[in-house]
Ligand binder design. Structure first.
Ligand SMILES: Cc1ncc(COP(=O)(O)O)c(C=O)c1O
Length: 486
């Protein structure tokens, strides 16, 4: 066991700065000397001094032989991985690297349908032929969670030609599946399993959190250190959990996809975030869990609000629950989650992580101050009191549409000639856009699928109730791109 209190990369950065070298290299601001004084005054000197590049003694992310290598080895040990890669372009690049380094162009690949758009980007980039794992729906909270064991087993049985499986676990709200089952089933049938664990970088460090896919033995796992730990935005890690993947190919793929000038500020943040969790993670997470549990108890005493916790675990659509995610079901107030988010913003100066039609979601992390949680609870008390006795004017949302028929593979439709039609006129046409209402960021149509009435109804409803229909080029989200008919 190495000394996890060490921070080799951060130490090297500090030591380099201490040398006060005459610098004649990138970045052009030259340790802050070229930065405009207004920004320097606001950000402080050390940010610019730390914004280094592959200078003497600081190693290089794409060919690590020194302090980057050491920092990544410490991370691998802290997470129980065979090897860990620091990522400076988020889990987006991690998902793409996992898929591109394991699938050859044109391969069939089994992927969870309700995955992040970065997974779809990889399908297009590598011209892959997806087979979808459809997720269960949490009927209470009205969002999708994960594929049932039955679905998982059936899809694997029916598609022996697909040698790679990609799943997303947990979902944005921290609802997690039985990851052990997926991993064992994939391996028992001779497949590799890749896991988008963007929302689970903290799981490994506390026994009351869902099981991490790294601990379950998945072949590759991607985590956004910036989402649930104290990494800076864009910091993530890719962990290798088995020798079924070619680590040199993973490295080469990352070199192809990521900047050749990786940010040393981001890498420093990763080195320190790992040290923080390895040395004190359990206690920091215990505090976050306690804060969230206390908030749930108090919110559940309020009229019209419901904050579900672990009591719902081990049901069909909820296997386990990340207790640090504070989901509040608000529809019994007669308001949508979007409206409650707006009220919190406007009247109470509270910024939450996201809202959807039925829920709001607050992240309680190792950094969340107790005062922020108190302000949220007070605001919810107030909103609940004001809404008491008021009736809802919100039409019930249409059901989440079934997966439309795929007549072209995503890459075929993506690269096809397109034309723009009114959303309502697109029924029966082959869609060329990945339409993803955000939140929660789950695609409703994927390029190559035939648009249905139910998809259009759902998108129009979501658009008109405040969701941002991401992936649609048209800014008003009234027109969509379809494959041009010959
Ligand atoms: C499930 C999931 N995977 C991947 C990503 C992409 O992560 P990043 O923002 O770190 O690139 C996100 C972002 O929200 C996500 O929710």
């Amino acid at each position: 066991m190495r000394d996890q209190s060490r921070t080799p990369f951060f130490d090297a950065v500090q030591s380099y700065i201490g040398k006060h070298r005459a610098g004649l290299h990138m970045p052009g601001h030259m340790s802050g000397q070229g930065i405009h004084p207004r920004l320097k005054e606001f950000w402080g000197e050390n940010v610019f001094l730390s914004d280094l590049t592959e200078v003497e003694g600081l190693d290089y992310l794409h060919r690590p032989i020194g302090v980057v290598k050491e920092a990544q080895e410490l991370a691998a040990e802290a997470y129980g991985a065979i090897e860990s890669f620091f990522l400076v372009n988020g889990s987006t690049v991690g998902n793409q690297a996992m898929i591109l380094s394991t699938c050859d162009p044109n391969n069939r690949v089994i992927v969870q349908r309700n995955s992040h758009r970065s997974m779809y980007g990889a399908l297009i980039l590598n011209e892959l032929r997806p087979i979808y794992l459809e997720a269960e729906e949490d009927r209470l909270l009205q969002f999708q969670t994960f594929p049932s064991k039955k679905t998982f087993a059936r899809v694997l049985r029916d598609h022996p030609e697909a040698k790679t499986v990609f799943v997303t676990n947990p979902n944005y709200f921290g609802i997690s599946s039985d990851i052990d089952y997926y991993v064992q089933k994939a391996h028992a049938t001779g497949r590799r399993i890749l896991v988008d664990e963007a929302h689970g970088s903290h799981f490994h460090f506390h026994q009351d959190l869902p099981k991490s896919a790294v601990d379950a033995g998945a072949d590759m796992v991607v985590q956004s250190t910036h989402k649930t730990l104290a990494g800076l935005t864009q910091t993530s890690m890719l962990h290798l959990g088995s020798r079924r993947v070619d680590k040199e190919l993973v490295r080469a793929t990352l070199t192809m996809l990521e900047s050749s000038s990786p940010s040393y500020i981001l890498m420093t943040a990763l080195d320190v975030a790992r040290m923080q969790m390895a040395t004190n993670g359990h206690d920091l997470l215990q505090r976050a869990i306690d804060l969230a549990e206390d908030a749930r108890r108090r919110i559940n005493n309020l009229e019209g609000l419901f904050a579900p916790g672990r009591e719902r675990a081990h049901t069909e659509a909820v296997y386990d629950v990340d207790l640090t995610k504070l989901t509040v079901h608000v529809s019994r107030l007669g308001l949508t989650g979007f409206q409650v988010e707006d009220i919190l913003n406007r009247d109470y100066n509270v910024e939450i992580e996201l809202s959807d039609l039925e829920n709001i979601l607050a992240f309680i992390t190792i950094g969340t101050p107790r005062e922020a949680v108190e302000i949220l609870i007070k605001a919810l008390e107030d909103i609940s009191r004001k809404r008491h006795g008021k009736t809802s004017t919100i039409a019930p949302p249409p059901p989440i549409p079934n997966i439309p028929e795929m007549v072209l593979f995503p890459f075929e439709a993506y690269y096809a000639k397109r034309e723009r039609v009114r959303m309502e006129d697109s029924v029966g046409r082959i869609i060329a856009e990945l339409v993803t209402p955000y939140p929660p960021g789950i695609p409703i149509t994927v390029p190559g699928e035939v648009m249905t009435h139910e998809c259009v109804d759902y998108m129009v409803f979501m658009r008109d109730h405040g969701a941002d229909l991401q992936g649609i080029i048209d800014k008003t989200a009234r027109y969509v791109q379809v494959v041009k008919e010959r």
